[in-house]
Design a protein around this ligand. Structure first.
Ligand SMILES: [Fe+2]
Length: 338
């Protein structure tokens, strides 16, 4: 006997009547789920849009000063030296406009550091939405940088890849010396130190992700003839594993801190063969100190997220118990003070 046959008359109708509210409830639940999912998708879309607007139009226009008080090995404990570091200006594009550059230079000058160093990548090369800042205009702003021990520059990969001769001539035109595998001694007697500038490590693009550099670390360090401490400027931080302990501090840029710091995936955006290892901040390995600036401008895309444009201020000879004054929460330097 089948089930239908087993049912008494009226049972089918009663079942159908009983099933109607259930079906209605199911339908209501489905519609509610759809509404919730639709709302969630809307929220995600709105958040993505807001994040995009922030990353493209707000964060790149910001500016912070990140201070590193430190006393690395090889630096005389009570000898004070302050350095202002300007990395990856990338003048132009939608974000690094002339007024923004003026603000950067004014802020840098207000720090009244002993010496200013420029770590390369002065221009941008966006093909679309590019607001050109004439070379003479950004150079004139850099020429306003004032420090008792001067302003010293190195070149970055974009300087080599875009307009090398023009960048060289422009910096020479405003009397900013460019160091390529050169070292100079600075400071008054009893406070001397060496400032060494390395040639770019990826100056020539060979294709298929391969590069040839013009860097000569041994040749640069061979110019150091006294026991005075050495500060090395290198555009890309990938040189750091080769830097000997003789160098008190290495200062780099290039990475922009990853520039777009999306959770989990951000190391993929760091232009370094070491990924996140030298992406940003104060790194100490085997007693050797490296500071990587997040830089100021942008490249590839005109957006920043979680890595606002920054001027770095290094305060050598400062008390070791001081803390780095600013670091985005998600980007704390590897070690805030020596
Ligand atoms: Fe670079």
């Amino acid at each position: 006997m089948n089930d239908a046959a087993a049912k008494k008359p009226g049972e089918e109708l009663a079942g159908a009547e009983a099933g109607a509210p259930a079906a209605a409830a199911r339908m209501k639940a489905r519609m509610t789920r759809r509404r919730v999912l639709g709302g969630a998708a809307g929220l995600i879309g709105a958040s993505a849009l807001a994040t995009g607007i922030y990353a493209g139009g707000i964060e790149p226009m910001g500016l912070v000063v990140t201070r590193y008080p430190l006393n690395p090995p090889g630096w005389p404990a009570r000898r004070k030296l302050s350095m202002t570091v300007i990395a990856d200006l990338h003048a132009g594009g939608p974000d690094m406009t002339l007024p923004h550059i003026r603000h950067v230079i004014d802020t840098a000058n207000a720090l009244k550091s002993d010496v200013v160093v420029l770590l390369g990548d002065y221009t941008t090369s966006y093909r679309v939405a590019n607001k050109r800042v004439p070379y003479g205009a950004w150079a004139a702003e850099l020429a306003r940088l004032a420090a008792p021990l001067g302003t010293w520059a190195i070149l970055g990969n974009h300087d080599w890849w875009n307009d090398l001769m023009e960048v060289r001539q422009t910096l020479a035109g405003v009397r900013i010396p460019v160091m390529e595998n050169q070292a100079v001694m600075l400071g008054a007697e009893g406070e001397r130190f060496w400032l060494a500038g390395l040639g770019d490590q990826i100056a020539h693009r060979l294709g298929h992700g391969r590069f040839r550099g013009v860097d000569d670390l041994p040749g640069t360090l061979a110019q150091i003839k006294t026991d005075d401490p050495v500060v090395l400027l290198a555009h890309e931080p990938d040189i750091f594993p080769d830097v000997p302990a003789r160098v008190t501090l290495t200062l780099c840029g290039h990475t922009h801190g990853g520039q777009i710091r999306l959770p989990l995936v951000w190391p993929a955006f760091v232009p370094s063969k070491y990924g996140a290892r030298f992406a940003y901040g104060h790194v100490v390995e085997e007693g050797r100190h490296l500071i990587v600036s997040g830089g100021l401008g942008t490249s590839i895309i005109p957006a920043r997220l979680g890595v606002p444009p920054e001027i770095v201020r290094v305060e050598l000879g400062s008390s070791s118990d001081q803390q780095t004054k600013r670091a985005p929460a998600a980007l704390a330097p590897s070690e805030s003070a020596a």
